[in-house]
Design a protein around this ligand. Sequence first.
Ligand code: ADP
Ligand code: AMP
Length: 214
Amino acid sequence: MKIIMLGAPGAGKGTQAKMIADKYGIPHISTGDIFRANIKEGTELGQKAKTYMDQGLLVPDELVVDLVVDRVGKEDCANGYVLDGFPRTIPQAESLDAALDKLGEKIDFALNVEVPDENIVNRMSGRRACVSCGATYHIVHIPTKVEGICDRCGSELILRDDDKPETVQKRLGVYHEQTQPLIDYYKAKEVLVEVDGTKDMQDVFTDIVNILGA
Ligand code: ADP
Ligand code: AMP
């Protein structure tokens, strides 16, 4: 099962993608996580990506497309995967389709997690991410058992630099301009499914399982 998560930054794509990956036993591929891991390791890719991420801009297509095309060609993706944060532009979607075409494969579901802009700033200013395992929480909606400490691995939680309000506004603008057109792109391919992302995390997941099948 090959799944793409669509939706604004902070809509809950990563939260749901992790749950989907666990339930269906498929890899969760987050381009944002890949870039953040590269930044942490100080790689050249990380240094390049950081200059764009810090400004709330998209990393150029040429830095992200090959990386994802390589990743989905790996053996652990043979039974499917859930892509989170990719594609984010029409050229990225077209490159992915071209690569899948060559393999005789296609995307099965593009899940559009819908959350209005007015909820997004709250979601992102309350988001806390684990410095070590990348798990995400929300200080009000999805709190940890001990404040500031990851439930999964016990490491410290941080507010992402790009979740500060001024960057969030920029990222929302970039989303509407460059990523939202993907909704029509996948609608035309008859794989788009709308998901109400304003519900509780578990209720959103129940809706998704009803779409994907148990
Ligand atoms: P995205 O991957 O789309 O950027 P996340 O999955 O990181 O978004 O979610 C953004 C923030 O909203 C996080 O703090 C997360 O814990 C919280 N969140 C996710 N799903 C829900 C939900 N259904 N209700 C309330 N908060 C949520
Ligand atoms: P995310 O973790 O998905 O919110 O991504 C964080 C940041 O990484 C984004 O704001 C972009 O700067 C960058 N990024 C992640 N995925 C992509 C992508 N597919 N194309 C371009 N930039 C991306």
